[in-house]
Design a protein around this ligand. Structure first.
Ligand SMILES: Cc1cc2nc3c(=O)[nH]c(=O)nc-3n(C[C@H](O)[C@H](O)[C@H](O)COP(=O)(O)O)c2cc1C
Length: 178
């Protein structure tokens, strides 16, 4: 169908729709998100990437799901290694979040200047500065659109500061969604 602004909307799954793209964007941006560092190790290659599309998805087994951009190094390494870690970020760690919008650079036991140790289960980097972390083994990769939904089982976890306040996307000037 053609909207007054000339946009053509087609879907294999839905009937014709008059969805307003601005309403779609605004509504999707009202989903609350945190900010996390997804880290991964495959052979000798490491990376860390700041992600917001993460949620728990099951209690038993403990599953999480993450939306991982399909054309990234992170995606390639997660697909090859079938495992990753999530480093929780706390309020005040904005600079660290910003650092990992870009590909990580390794110098010894540092990634882009932040010291890490290998996760006990996966070897993925666990940053010393983060309040909590968990490691995951991938169970499913659902490839749709420009991001892949990665479903993974939580197999190891650690907490350094149980009183930390987790960083929320809405408390930053950044957007990812819409
Ligand atoms: C606020 C914000 C949130 C982001 N959230 C995600 C996300 O949920 N998933 C994702 O794959 N990339 C996300 N990104 C993009 C990544 O931080 C990063 O640019 C990309 O993964 C680079 O990947 P690479 O280092 O693997 O090449 C986000 C970027 C910003 C600015």
């Amino acid at each position: 169908m053609e909207l007054p602004n000339g946009q053509i909307i087609q879907s294999k799954h839905l009937k014709e729709t008059t969805m307003d793209p601005q309403a779609k964007k605004t509504a999707l941006r009202m989903i609350t998100h945190g900010l996390y560092l997804l880290t991964v190790k495959h052979d000798d290659q490491l990376n860390a990437s700041t992600v917001s599309w993460l949620s728990q998805a099951s209690f038993d087994p403990p599953l999480v799901m993450a939306g991982v951009k399909a054309d990234t190094l992170t995606h390639a390494l997660v697909e090859k290694s079938r495992q990753f870690a999530i480093n929780l970020l706390a309020v005040g760690q904005t600079e660290m979040a910003q650092t990992f919008f870009k590909q990580a650079e390794r110098e010894g036991d540092k990634l882009s200047g932040y010291t890490f140790e290998p996760g006990p289960a996966t070897g993925a980097p666990i940053f010393l500065d983060v309040p909590a972390w968990f490691e995951c083994r991938v169970t499913d990769m659902i490839k749709r659109g420009d991001h892949t939904v990665v479903v993974a089982e939580v197999i190891e976890a650690g907490v350094r500061d149980p009183n930390a306040t987790p960083m929320a996307l809405r408390d930053t000037t950044w957007h990812y969604g819409g």
